[in-house]
Design a protein around this ligand. Structure first.
Ligand SMILES: Nc1ncnc2c1ncn2[C@@H]1O[C@H](COP(=O)(O)OP(=O)(O)O)[C@@H](O)[C@H]1O
Ligand SMILES: N[C@@H](CC(=O)OP(=O)(O)O)C(=O)O
Length: 465
């Protein structure tokens, strides 16, 4: 039994949905189909989820959101028409959408936003189930509430609850193909909550673990995962096989092709994941597995992500002060901040955070507390940082990877703000200014994958490089 998840690009139009149904029909073992909301049909297009967010924001600010609503409804009407679904089905889909987007004045804003966002996948799942039925397949839409996909309650940031798996395992016994909307679940109290953006990947992984699938297929619009973002380098080297650990690090660091939280359920249940292309299903794709043959020095991938900042704290003899680190992290905890990395020296320590979390007010409070409570001698907050990550199991027992990386970065005139080697030694992190991030990735790609193709565009050089 397989679980196959289809992303927004795979469901963006009637033509794409036809491809999806062909893929489903060609392999009887594709038992559970997880669908996203229709995505972009062309580069400048808008994903349905983004339209839904726009609509919810309009309603919450007292506007009608009428125009956006019409654009959303039109996407589904157009698809129903082109798939030649019966008039009654198109009407049923339209009614379901309009009911899902009803705004009850006074409703909790976070809950309303999640309900509206989820309507994208929910409506799409109904539509795909109808289309499969019209093609003679036994297919049934299954709602996450009835199926028991129980999650935690923070709006837009749900996490699956362990007790969800038992009931979800019954999906395996459902006759025919199960068509399941991705991206959301329900709290035990019955509130709808979405995962973070891109979270249909997470739904697929949870269902694969629940039904103990032999494979979790994740269909998207690229033939494979590449060693760098294909928007940066023309036709980069593809990855045929990668470990869960490597993929986890790369997803975290910016490989947006697979959600960073989607690996864990499949990993825990020992289910391999295959990233495949809806537009070219014959291509072998990328297999994510627990073990692979690893060569010394081998780098599996290079990623980067923007939006970080660092708090540098300096104090003479910090290394001798028992409890300094704990008290520093406690201040962050009390200010509601989670941290990403903590590179440190003898007399200093830096904490890397997501920039969006460190609002100016929180920053001011944290800096004051570091001075007052920890007697820090030097505090420096730096914003606009990117983390560039090289990842590879083979780096663990190899010498010279960091020397090669730093030399390549120096040659490309990238200023290094910090370096950190993860304790797992599967990754090495370089903190750079955001403006240098793309150039850094290209320089590292050319170093570790020497037969590299040319970068796609001229990359900016930071002013202080
Ligand atoms: N290293 C990478 N390998 C492959 N694709 C990548 C990588 N990094 C970023 N991407 C981007 O991820 C996209 C697919 O993810 P996404 O847009 O979420 O697809 P879907 O709509 O199928 O969920 C690709 O089109 C590609 O632009
Ligand atoms: N539609 C949601 C969830 C999702 O996973 O979408 P996609 O599969 O298109 O990345 C989003 O855009 O966040």
């Amino acid at each position: 039994m397989k679980v196959a998840k289809f992303g927004g690009t795979s469901l963006a139009s009637a033509a794409q949905i036809k491809k999806v149904c062909e893929i489903v029909k060609t392999d009887e073992s594709r038992k559970v189909i997880v669908v996203s909301a229709p995505g972009k049909r062309y580069k400048e297009d808008t994903k349905v989820t983004d339209l839904l967010i726009q609509y919810a924001e309009a309603r919450l600010s007292g506007q009608s959101g009428e125009e956006t609503y019409a654009r959303i409804a039109e996407r589904y009407t157009e698809i129903c028409g082109e798939l030649r679904l019966p008039k009654e089905t198109a009407e049923e889909i339209a009614l379901h959408l309009s009911q899902s987007l009803l705004y009850v004045p006074g409703e909790n804003a976070g809950r309303f936003m999640d309900r509206v966002k989820a309507a994208g996948e929910d409506t799409c799942a109904k539509l795909v189930a109808h289309y499969l039925q019209s093609q003679g397949k036994e297919a049934v839409y299954v709602n996450p509430k009835e199926a028991g996909l129980l999650v935690t309650g923070e709006p837009g940031n749900a996490h699956v609850l362990p007790e969800a798996y038992e009931k979800l395992s019954l999906l395996a016994e459902q006759p025919g193909i199960v068509v399941f909307p991705g991206f959301f679940g329900y709290t035990p109290e019955g509130e709808l909550v979405t995962f973070s953006r891109g979270g249909s990947d997470v739904t697929g992984s949870i269902l694969a673990a629940a039904i103990k699938a032999e494979l979790y297929e994740n269909f998207t619009d690229v033939d494979s995962v590449y060693v760098v973002n294909p928007h940066l380098v023309h036709e980069p080297k593809d990855i045929r096989e990668i470990t869960y650990r490597e993929m986890r690090e790369l997803s975290y660091s910016g490989f947006s092709v697979f959600h960073e939280e989607a690996l864990y359920p499949a990993y825990r249940a020992g289910i391999p994941v295959c990233i495949k292309n809806t537009n070219n299903p014959q291509a072998p794709g990328t297999m994510i597995v627990s073990e692979r043959t690893v060569h010394d020095n081998q780098v599996a991938g290079i990623a980067s992500d923007n939006g970080f900042c660092s708090i540098y704290v300096g104090k003479y003899l910090l290394n001798k002060e028992i409890g300094f680190g704990r008290r520093l992290l406690q201040i962050l905890e009390e200010e509601g901040l989670s941290y990403e990395h903590t590179p440190s020296g003898i007399d200093n320590i830096s904490v890397i955070l997501r920039e969006k979390d460190l609002t100016p007010e929180i920053e001011q409070r944290v800096v004051e507390r570091l001075k007052r409570e920890l007697h820090a001698e030097e505090i420096l907050v730096e914003r606009g940082l990117a983390l560039v990550m090289i990842v590879g199991e083979g780096m663990r027992r190899s010498v010279g990877t960091s020397a090669r990386a730093t030399a390549a970065l120096a040659k490309a005139r990238v200023n290094l703000e910090m370096i950190n080697q993860g304790s797992s030694e599967v990754s090495m992190m370089f903190g750079v200014k955001e403006v240098d991030a793309d150039r850094a990735v290209i320089a590292l790609y050319e170093e570790f994958f020497p037969k590299a193709a040319a970068p796609i565009a001229d990359i900016a050089v930071s002013v202080n490089a």
